[in-house]
Design a protein around this ligand. Sequence first.
Ligand SMILES: *Cc1c(COP(=O)(O)O)cnc(C)c1O
Length: 370
Amino acid sequence: MSCDFLAQALPGVQKLSPYVPGKPVDELARELGLDPQRIVKLASNENPLGPSPKATEAIRAELAELTRYPDGNGFELKQKIASRCGVNIDQIALGNGSNDILELVARAYLAPGLNAVFSEHAFAVYPLVTQAIGAEGRAVPAVNWGHDLDAMLKAIDEHTRIVFLANPNNPTGTWFGPRALAAFLKAVPENVLVVLDEAYIEYAEGDELPDGLSYLADHPNLMVSRTFSKAYGLASLRVGYAISSVQIADVLNRVRQPFNVNSLALVAACVAMDDADYLAKSRQVNDEGMAQFEQSFQQLGLSWIPSKGNFIAVDLGQPAAPVYQALLQEGVIVRPVAGYGMPTFLRVSIGTKEENSRFLEALAKVLARG
Ligand SMILES: *Cc1c(COP(=O)(O)O)cnc(C)c1O
């Protein structure tokens, strides 16, 4: 009789469902015998512009150093982030994507008997990292698809160690403003770590959303996480960062792997942060694509959740799974979000104008079939 290694796993891990990513282009191409060039993927909130040429140039220059370990302290990137964000270098922890940051914070602060609070329909990684540790995840019912910050405050008890906030949230695109954040931070117990996930902040800066960094000075229990995967267009490289009090950053730096960010990611992120033109262009393409989607959804008689991210959740008013499958047959990959409690929605990333049009034409065709 061989050993049951699932039964041997920690109880929280046994009940975990793996994160379901967007379907890769090559996988669909294999399945349908399609030319990958003809497939449109709007499923993972990736930047449709491709990486900044400055980033690819920096990577090319770094290739000769691949035999060496990366700088485990990420000094240059941290220095860039510090000067850009107006913080000290010892307030920063780098992550293998901001996903890594979320995992580090859970590992450092959660355990069985403790809990983390997050919203219904919030980013799937919050429940995932919480459960993997064996802690309790408290999903607080949303209002109008967004975070109910008052209800989240009420869900906090003496065993709560972390509250995860996403602003804007993925997959809903919902957001809260500066006053709501200020009131929340004022009311939250000071021993509860508030993880403010700003993965899409570059798309929404100065546009009704608070800049989480400006609350750090008054709230030593706040941690802001950001990423190079979305507006900076470097999802494949896996690099993100957390900014917090020196103490929290120190804790994260103790639990992370010694070389959790590779050298290509370090150099690319560094130059990406300086490429203001690329960032401006990314935001412009996103704003235009968002308008294109909203206009077309209206014409199709569909409702949607207003979004401040680089994606939009559209309500088909019918089970979305068959429509998702039919879109795949048309060579268009979007994201079903039934796993987020949104079975009639699809989440669609904003692509180039042409990609958006391909999706919209395929959607109209599929819906017309009834
Ligand atoms: C994409 C995303 C992340 C993490 O992305 P990384 O590639 O791991 O940096 C974190 N939070 C939210 C809300 C996201 O949508």
